[in-house]
Design a protein around this ligand. Structure first.
Ligand code: ATP
Length: 924
């Protein structure tokens, strides 16, 4: 559905609604605060107003971006030489050089646009969703489908999806820095305001792109898309991905320094030639050849492209990179701190045990299917005799925001799985959950937040009934709020907390997530305004425990094993009980199994984190594996502690309070499904499937990207070196140039695209996860690789110069000898490409055709070289000449010889390092 800009009515009323009473706004927008819009009306409004998206505005338009391609030292040199060559009357050469400049700019422009588009598309894959009321039902829809009149529900962690006039709020606080630049959070209200109130003070409005930091709210959409404040104020919205990384910056810097050095060398060469009595024109061409050949101009572009390819490979494996430097950092990650629920486990909760009135009940059934039974000591439960059990289940239904739904034959839940599990257990216990949810009026709610560790609601069943407060949450927390407990026969008796605590530990030791239920005492009038205060009075009645299973993800078990092999420590961070965390960690293979009842020194609790002295914390954290009952604020301390120990930390998070830790981590990873918008905004990477295995996959890809970058650099630099050396030796020794500037341009342009780039598609090497993480401080090129670059550079020099002289010796013209020298360069590069497909392994181990891109690249390159050598139009453009068939033999011979020489170098080094490692192992 497309609505043209002209036909689309612009909603410009956002500045006008703050002074109107809510009912007038609703009337104007023809909507209903409790029902929302009917589905069909929403669809027709979407047709009319268009999607709630903002056009992406780039920093530069296409024309400017094309022009910027010419802003490059090499291009300056080429353009100048093209001009001077033209002045010298060498029209063909001038035309060819200028043609290359143009082609280079076009290729650069296309590549840059494609890389940016690909990154844009990836960012768009992380969809923002909004919770709305449509036809009286609460549902989640893509934010782009919002229309004026939609009723939106906001909660902590949401990004406000459009401009809203708030209709009701509960301690709603919003961070409006995206809009105003002010980082203070703003408290919101639903009250009308004077007309003249400035935008920043309109507390009854929530503006698109701002972030809800706490509380809840409801509002009606008044403007969408570019009619919103953010759309009007900022012309530039959405994130323009930055395609620079520390590595690309380093390489760009290196290229710049190299350019200056090479220009200096070119000047010296020019001077030496003149001093030796050569003609100025010839020496000028030689200096240009040297500059063009020796400057690795394609390097920065190749690095960006390799990174971009890595990013799209990661996206296929459910990891969306939001910030490009993360691709590099992933390869160096030494610790992954992962949340338990949903990342290492399935987040498919099923209540298996309930402990109420001092008795333990088993619950049968799996998943969210509400079919199952309660048994006690192997006997079906007689519900007339279990009032405590019923009360415990009822509290789980009242203090609950989830909904149980049947889709076709499958049962599912909308909302928090922990709460969904309690609806299912209540159904199994014979409660009519739908009926209860229908009858009850919710008078107040204290939503669950990790730092409180509990949730409370105040509900009234029928106007003449007393409102009851129901509370559920972490066992220790709830027991602290209680003074009484419900006995098996339903009487309120003094609480025996130690018994409940012990029971909770036993259940947690079985890997179950345990929640305690409580309610206000019979007949007690609860003040409606602050449930937190009411609960803190400590007079609640403890009703029992519900213990649920959340099975580990099988793929996470395998991924944890892979990480451990790859020298990456995996740590589990959980808000759950230490015993639950420990049992799950054992099942996943994070820690060895130990008998129940024994202490594990690999488990650290939130309170231990809080009491450990600052300077002792890093070591303690480094040693531990499971962190339990951790508050989101402590996550930040954990990251900092691990970083102090020299680790490169990847940390997962989903809540609003995880944002600081995600920002501090070297790689902040947000959950794409359950994660809040705030967490996503603070992250470097988003997992579309919330699965730990995807983090491991991303690390693997990150290592692969780094390998491919190194391969490209090791492949490309010898050519630059060889070309530079050939020119300098020729001038120094007083020979004619074995390769001309236009020929160097030809070699560099064609081989970089047809051969070098194919390395970016090289599949990951086997065993990539068997080696330790890369030290980020380690230089890109090790001594061994530098040596290889020098070796191949020397081989190119010897091969091309040797054959160039030999050909002339045999009676060939200098033009033919140059054609041979160019072919030597290309053929050696072609063979060397196969050496570079792996930095250590041989081709036999890799498989000759395991990267089809390389095969195709070589075929294209052969065709281009035949064209270069035999096509008459190429002769006039590139000063080439046909060579006889027999001449190909020595050319190929040099190619094959250099392949084997490099192969031998690899083999010797491999043997040497393996021997050394063995000696180290044997000696240790
Ligand atoms: P993990 O950190 O492993 O992902 P988590 O994020 O689910 O676990 P929290 O959500 O912080 O951890 O939960 C901490 C504790 O709070 C749980 O052990 C449970 O006792 C309690 N809890 C969790 N969800 C709710 C809820 N919806 N209502 C009340 N209490 C809850």
């Amino acid at each position: 559905m497309r609505v043209s800009e002209e036909k689309k009515p612009k909603l410009t009323m956002s500045q006008d609604t703050h002074h109107l009473p809510v009912h007038e706004v609703l009337l104007f927008l023809e909507t209903d605060a409790s029902q929302g819009l009917p589905q069909n009306e929403a669809a027709s409004r979407l047709e009319r107003f268009g999607p709630n998206t903002l056009p992406r505005i780039r920093r530069h338009g296409s024309f400017m971006r094309f022009i910027l391609q010419f802003h490059h030292p090499l291009i300056y040199i080429l353009t100048a030489s093209s001009g001077i060559t033209a002045l010298l009357g060498e029209w063909v050469d001038a035309g060819v050089i200028f043609g290359v400049v143009l082609v280079n700019a076009i290729v650069g422009f296309i590549q840059e646009s494609r890389a940016e588009n690909a990154l844009d598309a990836l960012i768009a894959m992380v969809k923002t969703e909004a919770t709305v009321l449509r036809g009286g039902e609460k549902c989640k829809i893509p934010s782009s489908d919002l229309v004026p009149g939609d009723v939106v529900l906001l909660e902590a962690g949401d990004k406000v999806p459009a401009d809203l006039r708030l209709t009701s709020v509960r301690e709603l606080q919003i961070d409006e820095s995206a809009l105003t630049g002010e980082s203070l959070v703003v408290s919101k209200s639903e009250h009308r305001l004077p007309t003249e109130t400035l935008m920043a003070d309109r507390q009854n409005m929530a503006y698109s792109s701002t972030l809800v930091t706490s509380g809840q709210g409801k509002g009606v959409v008044v403007s969408t898309g570019s009619a919103t404040e953010i759309g009007r104020i900022h012309q530039l919205v959405g994130e323009t991905p930055d395609i620079e990384t520390p590595l690309t910056k380093k390489i760009a810097h290196f290229s710049k320094i190299l350019t200056v050095v090479i220009l200096g060398l070119a000047g010296v060469t020019f001077a030496i030639g003149i001093w030796r009595g050569q003609s100025a024109v010839e020496m000028f061409m030689a200096a240009v050849a040297l500059a063009v050949g020796a400057i690795p101009e394609g390097l920065p572009a190749a690095v960006t492209i390799t990174l971009a390819i890595g990013v799209s490979r990661m996206a296929k494996r459910h990891a969306i990179i939001r910030k490009l430097p993360a691709v590099e950092t992933l390869g160096s990650t030494t610790v992954i701190c992962s949340d338990k629920t949903g990342t290492l486990t399935e987040n498919q909760m099923t209540v298996q045990r309930v402990w109420a009135g001092g008795q333990l009940f088993r619950v049968s059934g799996t998943g969210y299917n509400p079919m199952g039974e309660f048994t006690k000591d192997g006997q079906l439960v007689n519900w007339d005799h279990e009032p405590a059990l019923s009360a415990c289940l009822l509290a789980g239904v009242l203090c609950n925001d989830a909904q149980l739904v049947k889709q076709k034959e499958n049962w599912d839940i909308v909302g928090d799985p922990t709460e969904g599990a309690m609806l299912v257990s209540a159904c199994k216990g014979g409660l009519d959950v739908k009926q209860i949810q229908h009858e009850v009026t919710r008078e107040n709610v204290l939503p669950f937040e990790s730092e409180n560790q509990f949730m409370a609601t105040l509900d009234r069943r029928g106007a003449d009934q007393q409102a009851v407060m129901s509370v559920k949450g972490a066992v220790e927390k709830i027991l602290n709020l209680c003074q009484y407990e419900l006995s098996a026969d339903g009487r309120e008796v003094p609480l025996e907390a130690s018994r409940a605590l012990q029971q909770a530990e036993t259940l947690a030791g079985q890997g179950l997530r345990v929640l305690a239920m409580a309610r206000s005492t019979e007949g007690k009038h609860v003040e409606g305004h602050s449930l937190k205060q009411a609960a803190s009075a400590g007079e609640l009645v403890f009703l029992g425990l519900q213990a649920m299973m959340d099975p580990p993800r099988p793929e996470a078990i395998a991924a944890v094993g892979n990480c451990q092999k790859a020298g990456i420590a995996v740590k589990m961070i959980t808000g759950d009980h230490a015993m639950t965390g420990r049992a799950i960690a054992e099942q996943i293979g994070l820690i060895p199994e130990t008998p129940v009842g024994t202490e594990s020194n690999l488990v650290m609790t939130g309170s231990a984190i809080a009491t450990t002295p600052h300077n002792a914390l890093p070591r303690a954290v480094d040693r531990s594996v499971v962190f339990a009952r951790v508050s989101p604020e402590q996550k930040l301390r954990l990251v900092e502690a691990l970083q102090t120990e020299g680790h490169i930390v990847a940390m997962t998070g989903d809540g609003v309070n995880d944002a600081p830790a995600l920002k501090q981590a070297d790689i902040g990873i947000a959950m794409g499904r359950v994660g809040t918008e705030v967490a996503k905004e603070s992250s470097d990477m988003v997992l579309t499937d919330d699965n730990f295995a995807s983090i491991e996959a991303a690390v693997e890809e990150g290592r692969g990207v780094f390998d491919n970058l190194t391969k490209f650099i090791v492949w490309t630099l010898p050519t630059n070196m060889g070309e530079g050396l050939v020119i300098m030796v020729a001038i120094g020794a007083g020979f004619a140039l074995p390769i001309l500037p236009v020929q160097i341009l030809w070699i560099n342009m064609t081989t970089a695209v047809a051969l070098g780039l194919m390395l970016a598609f090289e599949p990951k090497e086997t065993g990539i996860m068997d080696r330790p993480p890369r030290d980020p401080g380690q230089p890109l090129l090790t001594g061994a690789l530098l040596w290889r670059i020098v070796l191949v550079g020397a081989l190119l020099l010897a091969g091309s110069f040797g054959l160039f002289l030999w050909e002339q010796e045999r009676g060939s013209t200098v033009v033919e000898a140059r054609t041979v020298a160019v072919n030597v360069f290309v053929v050696v590069e072609m063979f060397y490409l196969f050496n570079c497909r792996s930095l250590e392994r041989s081709l036999l181990q890799l498989g000759l055709f395991s990267n089809p891109w390389v095969t195709w690249g070589v075929i294209v390159m052969i065709a281009l070289q035949l064209l270069f050598t035999y096509a008459p139009f190429m002769h006039s453009l590139f000063h080439s000449a046909p060579i006889d068939g027999g001449t190909w033999l020595p050319i190929l011979g040099i190619g094959v010889a250099s392949y084997f020489i490099v192969g031998l170098d690899k083999w010797v080094r491999h043997r040497f390092t393996t021997k050394n490692n063995e000696a180290v192992v044997a000696g240790s």
